[in-house]
Design a protein around this ligand. Structure first.
Ligand SMILES: [Zn+2]
Length: 129
C-alpha cells in the first residue's frame, strides 16, 4: 500500500463523513425549520430522510410554507352609522373615529369592550345563520 492510496482513503473517509454530517444536519435543520413554521417537524424530517436525500430536502425548500403567520386573525365589527349603513372596523380601531364610506359622516368607534360585545353578537348571529 503506497502513500497515494492512503491519502485517497483518508480523503474518501473525510468526504463520506462530511456527507453523513450534511445528511444528518439537513434532517435536523428541516425538523427545526418545520417546527418554526408550525408544521410537524418529525414528518418533514422523515420526508427529507426518506425521499431519496437530497431530493427530499430540495422538495421541502420548495414547498415549505411561509414563516410563522404574523398576521393574526383580524376581526371585523360592523358599527351602525346614522345613514343606516354599517361600517366595518377592526378591533385595533377601537376608540378612534372612522368616516362612513357611504355618507361621509365621522363615526366614533366604540371602546374595545363594547366592540368585543358587537363582535360576540355577530359571531352568535353567524352561527345561527
Ligand atoms: Zn353613514
Amino acid at each position: 500500500m503506497n502513500s497515494g492510496s492512503a491519502i485517497g482513503l483518508l480523503l474518501g473517509g473525510v468526504l463520506g463523513l462530511g456527507l453523513v454530517f450534511l445528511f444528518v444536519g439537513s434532517i435536523v435543520w428541516a425538523f427545526q425549520d418545520a417546527e418554526a413554521r408550525g408544521k410537524s417537524g418529525c414528518l418533514v424530517a422523515i420526508l427529507v430522510a426518506l425521499l431519496s436525500w437530497p431530493l427530499g430536502l430540495v422538495a421541502w425548500l420548495i414547498f415549505r410554507p411561509d414563516g410563522p403567520k404574523k398576521r393574526e386573525n383580524v376581526r371585523i365589527a360592523l358599527i351602525p352609522c346614522q345613514c343606516g349603513k354599517r361600517i366595518p372596523v377592526e378591533e385595533r380601531m377601537a376608540g378612534t373615529r372612522v368616516t362612513c364610506p357611504s355618507c361621509g359622516t365621522e363615526v366614533v368607534v366604540p371602546e374595545l369592550s363594547r366592540l368585543r360585545l358587537i363582535l360576540a353578537e355577530e359571531g352568535r348571529l353567524g352561527h345561527m345563520a
